[in-house]
Design a protein around this ligand. Structure first.
Ligand code: DAT
Ligand code: MG
Length: 166
């Protein structure tokens, strides 16, 4: 096999961009923190590809949080997430799921590191401001619950080369 040229060895491997579903939960909207929360993802370098304001129905909430059905906090979780408007978004980037979860912080805000959204703005697990998908597969399923394929916009960001090597 031919040895790789220097420029080839420096080129990053082809990395498929990942997408993640982010929700600004009702407390984030009610407290006027939506802009601040959205800015965290934007400044990090994730790319916004879909966004809408909506109030979740019980049916959508139960499908979104299906994995938690039967847990002691399930009913209050569904009541909380349906209690007011939310902003649903899809953010795209290299390892978007992990990057977004690191930006969000740990589930229990008291344990979340300052500098994360939950660590900066949250006090209780039942008011933890924001949702982020926990895996690539989970993200695909969650995005499909909130957005039709044509609502997700494929666009080129002019400064991408200053955020991503690829
Ligand atoms: P995350 O939102 O960090 O992905 P998760 O998927 O484990 O956390 O749980 C979904 C939401 O359910 C979480 O944001 C808050 C609530 N929740 C989780 N564990 C809980 C608990 N032990 N008591 C009360 N609410 C809880
Ligand atoms: Mg989760």
């Amino acid at each position: 096999m031919l040895p790789l040229s220097l420029s080839e060895t420096l080129l990053p491997l082809e990395r498929p961009m990942e997408r993640t579903l982010i929700l600004v939960k009702p407390d984030g909207i009610q407290r006027g923190l939506a802009g601040e929360i959205i800015a965290r993802f934007e400044k990090r370098g994730l790319k916004l590809v879909a966004m809408k304001l909506l109030q979740m129905s019980d049916d959508l909430a139960m499908r979104h949080y299906g994995e938690h059905e039967g847990k002691p906090f399930y009913e209050t979780l569904v009541a909380y997430i349906t209690s007011g408007p939310i902003i649903a978004m899809v953010w795209e980037g290299n390892e978007a799921v992990a990057a977004a979860r690191a930006t969000i912080g740990l589930t229990k805000p008291v344990d979340a590191t300052p500098g994360t959204i939950r660590g900066d703005f949250g006090m209780e697990i039942g008011r933890n401001l924001v949702h982020g998908s926990d895996s690539d597969k989970g993200a695909e399923k969650e995005i499909a619950l909130f957005f039709a394929p044509e609502e997700v916009v494929d666009w080129n960001r002019d400064n991408d080369r200053w955020i991503s090597e690829a």
